[in-house]
Design a binder for this molecule. Structure first.
Ligand code: TTP
Ligand code: CA
Ligand code: CA
Length: 648
């Protein structure tokens, strides 16, 4: 649905595709950077991602885990502080960065650089405790990382954005990031400030299709760093994690303005978005104590790239006119999803390193070489991104997962019970957190997975009863039962990862089965349904709220890669936040592994109708694939861009 007004005879449909009349070469390459904006555009409500007045921001918290610990401990803002997870530094605050300390450093090296460095280990669940805590001694063999505190603080920040920015769409994008779509309120503010635009003047030649009059001069001061149009980013700018970051230590400073570049109504929209963003960021800073950095541009991809232009506590604005010079020098392999094999293949095929190097490749050429779906590469290189900002806050998380990688594997039944209790403590805390918002939440199923190395996991699941009070004891008792079933008669095992998850979380209705029923011996039918389940049980019920597990398993990207099984039509999805700590190649590997595991599950189901013992361990997904008998359908060879997604 575009608009309630009659369709334009002008070129609305091609607004973002770069076929405007007087196109310059930059516009050819980067889409329509200066689309004609008419009264119809301004007065429409529903132009969506094609809105020429679209304003999107990405707001990222500075040194987030470190900032959380500073707030918790009430330390002075200048105190250098790092957050540790076992021996690795996972967050470094900006005062500590001045000593040259980075995430890569070992604790001892960091201390050498800054002897008064404050080091905080993340909270952990300790065996026997029902709440995570900050203990003097932590050991990965006996403790499990808890990121619950950061998750809660992160939710507070998102809630404050929602409260401060009525009319904006706010999409939590990861544990410390949110996208904000300002388009709606910005449009209202334009109409308030310039009421003469509420309707076309009587002599307007094309009625609502008439272009708006030239915009007023824009005062950019105090609105953030406006990325220059004419000069490319300074030489000392570097690209990290797909983003340009500047070495400037003057955050928030406005760039000298490009005097000769004519302002547009979209620039007005960006400047209003910047005002709103500043207010919301200030509120988060003063109320919650977190400093943030924001990027403001015409879409999500560009907003994300822009957010790290001035950090920390900075706000940067990317005008459409600045897009070409901002993107051209960027090494494209640093762009998210263009790292890894795919990026390397492009680099080799076209002997290219920067975005600019690839702009001469036509869409046809690219698609002939890399398949139909390479259109997204073509568009991303031009700063085009049609993805929407979607508030997922109101949608129910259908599952919760607690996971522990075990440096010291579980080798006997008893050790399993101990870990299940630790995982149960985490699930109890998270479910009860969620129940603070929705008291009648009911996780209908409890699932236990156990895995050795990267081999496919064994799992057991059982219905979970509705109970008003979900305690660690209740979850652990149910988990123990699953563990017992999973282990069977084996006395020895070698489990390196164990996961306990709630799936099928929903709102309970009256008359649900109660706890008593649950503890009765399971019926044959229940046992059958509890039999071998695959690793992808979560896929059935939607996106897992990922574990706050260790091994950097935390948190929350919302990008889901999914695949529909041709046999059972089940959709397998991968929560890519798990991979925010890895490169895109590993993301592809993960979905490929998921698919492979699912195939193996079908295979196993065909062959085995009974429980699979925990030992001997099945061959790994990749080797079992090779050993698959001829009767098993062979996967189709990948084509186009998919060739670059690993399948192991
Ligand atoms: P980032 O936003 O990447 O980094 P940051 O907030 O610490 O610092 P910056 O000011 O540069 O944005 O990550 C957010 C949090 O996620 C970070 O505080 C700790 C956690 N994290 C890890 O645990 N491991 C990792 O490898 C990364 C990148 C982040
Ligand atoms: Ca951050
Ligand atoms: Ca981040």
């Amino acid at each position: 649905m575009e608009t309630s007004l009659p369709d334009s005879p002008t070129k609305t449909g091609s607004l973002w595709k770069g076929k405007a009349k007087d196109v310059t070469s930059a516009q050819d390459e980067f889409g329509d950077l200066n689309p004609i904006i008419t009264y119809r555009h301004l007065l429409s409500q529903n132009l969506g991602v094609r809105d020429p007045l679209r304003v999107v921001a990405l707001c990222d918290s500075d040194a987030f885990y470190a900032a959380c610990e500073m707030v918790r401990l009430g330390v002075d803002k200048d105190t250098p502080l790092v957050v540790l997870q076992w021996d690795s530094i996972i967050a470094v605050n900006y005062p500590a960065r001045k000593y040259g300390i980075s995430r890569m450093d070992k604790k001892m090296d960091a201390l050498k650089r800054c002897p008064h460095l404050k080091i905080v280990h993340v909270a952990t669940y300790r065996e026997g405790e029902t709440e995570p805590g900050y203990w003097d001694e932590v050991d990965t063999n006996t403790h499990k990382v808890s990121l619950d505190y950061y998750r809660r603080e992160s939710l507070k920040i998102a809630a404050m954005f929602r409260e401060m920015l009525p009319g904006c769409e706010v999409e939590k994008a990861s544990i410390d990031e949110a996208f904000i779509d300002f388009t709606k309120p910005v449009r209202e503010i334009i109409l308030q400030r310039y009421p003469h635009l509420a309707q076309p003047p009587p002599d307007a030649p094309f009625g609502v299709e008439t272009a708006l009059p030239p915009p007023p001069p824009i005062v950019w001061d105090g609105k953030g760093a406006v990325i220059p149009v004419n000069s490319p980013p300074s030489e000392d700018s570097s690209i990290t994690d797909g983003q340009i970051s500047s070495s400037s230590d003057e955050p928030g400073r406005a760039e000298p303005l490009d005097k000769d570049v004519v302002s547009t109504w979209h620039d007005v929209a960006l400047s209003i978005g910047a005002e709103l963003m500043t207010n919301a960021r200030d509120a988060v800073h003063t109320t919650l104590g977190y400093s943030t950095s924001a990027g403001i541009a015409r879409n999500k991809f560009l907003a994300k790239l822009t957010a790290s232009y001035r950090k920390p506590n900075g706000q940067s604005i990317l005008r459409n006119a600045s897009i070409p010079n901002y993107l051209r020098p960027m090494p494209f392999q640093k762009i998210r999803f263009l790292g890894g094999k795919l990026g390397r293949a492009f680099a080799e095929e076209y002997d290219a390193a920067t975005v600019g190097d690839l702009l001469s490749i036509t869409l046809d050429e690219m698609q002939t070489k890399f398949g139909e779906s390479s259109i997204w590469v073509y568009e991303i290189l031009r700063g085009l991104d049609r993805s929407e900002v979607k508030d997922k806050g109101s949608t129910l998380n259908k599952s919760m997962l607690a996971s522990k990688n075990l440096p010291k594997p579980i080798t006997n039944v008893q050790e399993g019970y101990r870990w299940i209790r630790v995982l149960a403590a985490e699930l109890a805390l998270r479910l009860n957190d969620a129940r603070n918002m929705s008291p009648n939440l009911w996780p209908k199923t409890l699932v236990l997975h156990a895995r050795k190395g990267y081999e496919s996991s064994r799992s057991k699941q059982a219905p979970f009863p509705y109970t008003r009070e979900v305690t660690v004891d209740i979850i652990a008792a149910a988990g123990d039962k699953l563990w017992k079933e999973l282990v069977g008669t084996s006395t020895q095992m070698n489990v390196t990862n164990v996961q306990l998850s709630f799936t099928g979380i929903d709102f309970a209705e009256a008359g649900q089965k109660t706890i008593e029923g649950f503890f009765k011996p399971t019926s044959k039918r229940q046992r059958d349904s509890a039999e071998l389940t695959d690793f992808n049980t979560q896929a059935e019920v939607g996106q897992p709220e990922s574990s706050a597990g260790d091994a950097k398993e935390d948190s929350a990207t919302d990008i889901i890669v999914s695949h529909t099984c041709t046999r059972c039509k089940k959709t397998l999805s991968l929560n890519l936040e798990l991979s925010r700590f890895k490169d895109s190649e590993e993301q592809k590997t993960a979905i490929a592994a998921l698919i492979m595991e699912h195939d193996d599950w079908h295979f196993a189901q065909d062959l085995v109708r009974e429980e699979i013992p925990i030992r001997p361990i099945q061959p790994s997904a990749s080797t079992s694939h090779k050993k698959t008998p001829k009767t098993k359908k062979r996967r189709k060879d990948p084509v186009g861009i998919e060739r670059f997604f690993d399948r192991k």
